[in-house]
Design a protein around this ligand. Sequence first.
Ligand SMILES: Nc1ncnc2c1ncn2[C@@H]1O[C@H](COP(=O)(O)OP(=O)(O)O)[C@@H](O)[C@H]1O
Ligand SMILES: O=C(O)C1=C[C@@H](OP(=O)(O)O)[C@@H](O)[C@H](O)C1
Ligand SMILES: [Mg+2]
Length: 196
Amino acid sequence: MNANPGHTTEHAPDSAAEVPLRNLVLIGPMGTGKTTIGRLAASELGWVFVDTDKEIEARCGADIPWIFDVEGEAGFRARETAVLAEMLGREQVVIATGGGVVSQACNRELLEHAGHIVYLHTSAEQQYERTRQDTRRPLLQTADPLRTLRRLMAEREPHYRALAHFTVDTDRKRPRNVAKDIAGSVRLHFNMSCSA
Ligand SMILES: Nc1ncnc2c1ncn2[C@@H]1O[C@H](COP(=O)(O)OP(=O)(O)O)[C@@H](O)[C@H]1O
Ligand SMILES: O=C(O)C1=C[C@@H](OP(=O)(O)O)[C@@H](O)[C@H](O)C1
Ligand SMILES: [Mg+2]
């Protein structure tokens, strides 16, 4: 019983899980601009930027093609889950994920408890145009990368859509403008003023 009914106290949450962390997570297929736009969105918001692929490479001391070659995709996915779990525990961070993050049920579960999730979408043709000169995506080193991109999209898109709070089409849009739209959606989601 409260002996002093007029007195209010701050309610301390029972566990850290009750506190919604303010972070932004970019999901979407290869070549939609998660890495490029994530960096710009972080600078719009004044938040820290992290890219799970870069973090995996830094921790492993090897690049993604090497990890796929030596450890297989399964080895890469295990590293990705470990990095994702750690990044999602941080505040005011923009996290660019790799396109395959939604392929693992454990990652999808982690993402369900993340902050604001934005799905970057673009056509398969644009994805192909943006990635075809780059040999650092092992899953696209196939005879027909456009077909691979379409197959991966068919498998993964239901997950992108189910997880996202906000979806942006990046076709024919400048990364800077997309980043501004995303920063606006973050401010709305967390009820932040422009200077927050
Ligand atoms: N909105 C955009 N318009 C044109 N090119 C873009 C756009 N966003 C990204 N790019 C280019 O596409 C390539 C892949 O972008 P990246 O950020 O690495 O994508 P992701 O991380 O989603 O795979 C880069 O060369 C980048 O400069
Ligand atoms: O779609 C995928 O499975 C992958 C996407 C890549 O990241 P980007 O989406 O940033 O290219 C990278 O994580 C790895 O090559 C696997
Ligand atoms: Mg990337």
